[in-house]
Design a protein around this ligand. Structure first.
Ligand code: SAM
Length: 284
């Protein structure tokens, strides 16, 4: 997502470009995607074993991400150039906390464009924290980067309650066991100032990567484990409404962003689907 300006007005035009922004979604598309997911559910060997998620996802999760960042360079995730259009709140904030900062692909573009912001950023993978701290633009005067497991009950290191203007979470909460999401959201809520915002973007249900998973990767409905041992949960707007209400957030916006990718040569279409939400801690 960079400009979001290519709209598909006529179905007959679909093969004229490689991608289309903000595409429509129909009951027919939903039912064919549901059929794929039902087939996964029918044969997944893990659904019968509720401990599988704990064994596969939780204990070794940070080691799996740690290995990931040891094996990939800082540029594996591209700098988020769309940040200023989608999350302008970041660029007027005095204090930001990024959860699951990875290799710093949000931290550094934000620091460049908002030269006065204080950035706290955490990740539970030590190699990710190291990559950010060792990057040439790292500035310890305005960047506090630390290791932290969002799914643990521990509070964020050296961050006072009610002190942060904006918390940003980009493709991170999907990596948690969904049962742990309330723990993570409570902690975020606590450090936000009254009126502060949580900006969230993550994988949405029916994303093409969900439909491509083999059934043996499914460990709970909408939760999968990749070949490298990292987990991914696919969100819906409805789930975000429930999570926001449980934690005490006001929902400011909650949208599903769908982009159509086209393989013009093979005449194939695929949908990338993301959920993007803005949650506010009430003033009172
Ligand atoms: C897909 S990456 C996204 C990184 C970054 N937000 C970005 O947009 O480039 C997911 C990140 O979440 C981190 N992560 C996953 N589970 C976590 C947890 N329980 N606590 C803290 N970080 C976690 C991983 O180490 C990884 O850096």
């Amino acid at each position: 997502m960079t400009t979001r300006n290519r709209k598909l007005e006529e179905d007959s035009e679909v093969w004229t470009h490689n991608s289309w922004d903000d595409v429509a979604w129909s009951p027919e598309l939903a039912s064919s995607a549901d059929a794929v997911i039902s087939a996964q559910l029918a044969v997944s060997p893990h659904l019968a074993n509720p401990d599988a998620v704990l064994e596969v996802v939780q204990t070794p999760a940070s080691q799996n991400w740690h290995k990931f960042y040891e094996n990939h360079s800082r540029w594996f995730f591209k700098d988020r150039k769309w940040l200023s259009s989608e999350f302008p709140e970041l660029f007027v904030a005095d204090t930001v906390l990024e959860v699951g900062c990875g290799a710093g692909n949000t931290v550094f573009p934000l620091a460049r464009e908002n030269p006065t912001v204080m950035i706290h950023a955490c990740d539970f993978a030590p190699s990710a924290v190291k990559l950010v701290r060792e990057f040439r633009e790292f500035d310890e005067q305005r960047m506090h980067v630390f290791q932290h497991d969002l799914s643990s009950p521990d509070q964020f290191e050296d961050i006072s309650d009610n002190s942060i203007d904006v918390v940003v979470s980009i493709f991170v909460l999907s990596a948690l066991d969904p049962a742990k999401l309330p723990i993570a959201l409570e902690k975020i809520w606590r450090v936000l100032k009254p009126g502060g915002m949580l900006l969230f973007r993550d994988y949405g249900k029916y994303d093409m990567t969900q439909l491509r998973f083999k059934a043996n990767r499914l460990i709970r409905p909408d939760l999968y484990v990749r070949g490298d041992g990292t987990a991914v949960h696919y969100f819906t707007e409805e789930e975000m409404v429930v999570l926001a209400a449980q934690t005490g957030f006001e929902m400011v916006s909650n949208v599903t962003d769908r982009r159509l990718l086209v393989n013009r040569h093979r005449k194939l279409t695929m949908y990338r689907i993301w959920v993007q939400s803005k949650l506010r801690k009430p003033i009172n």
